[in-house]
Structure formats: structure tokens, C-alpha cells
Design a binder for this molecule. Structure first.
Ligand SMILES: [Zn+2]
Length: 73
């Protein structure tokens, strides 16, 4: 069997933030891709943690995240 030279195609994204502790937050973003030849999937993840009072310091990609999931609270 030949080894696939994957050709990745963007599939979807998932992102959210949550309280990770009394004064801290975790931001999470994942981009999913699939190979159009063999249909293998890969995910590229980003994470960022910050203090609750320092949300102005978070990276641009995290600023657009509005979906909140259950965490420490
Ligand atoms: Zn492939």
C-alpha cells in the first residue's frame, strides 16, 4: 500500500472558554482538517490561560471566542 501524501482540507473549527479556577480562564480553539485522498483527520489545537482580570491581554484568536462551557464555578 502506498503512503498517502496527505492533502489537508479545512473541515471545521471548535472553540470555547471556561473558568479554570477561581480567577483564571482557559481558552481553547481547534481547527479540524481531513485528507481528501484517504479521509484521515487531523486537529490543530491552541490553548491559552489567563487571569480573569487580564482578558485584555489574550491573543487575537481568543478574543473572538464567545462560547462558554462549564468549568470551575
Ligand atoms: Zn491522506
Amino acid at each position: 500500500m502506498e503512503i498517502c501524501k496527505h492533502k489537508w482540507v479545512y473541515s471545521r473549527s471548535d472553540s470555547y472558554w471556561r473558568f479554570a479556577g477561581r480567577n483564571s480562564r482557559d481558552y481553547y480553539h481547534a481547527d479540524y482538517y481531513f485528507c481528501e485522498n484517504c479521509l484521515e483527520e487531523k486537529v490543530v489545537e491552541k490553548m491559552h490561560s489567563c487571569y480573569d482580570g487580564e482578558t485584555w491581554k489574550i491573543p487575537e484568536w481568543a478574543k473572538t471566542i464567545t462560547k462558554k462551557v462549564a468549568g470551575y464555578e
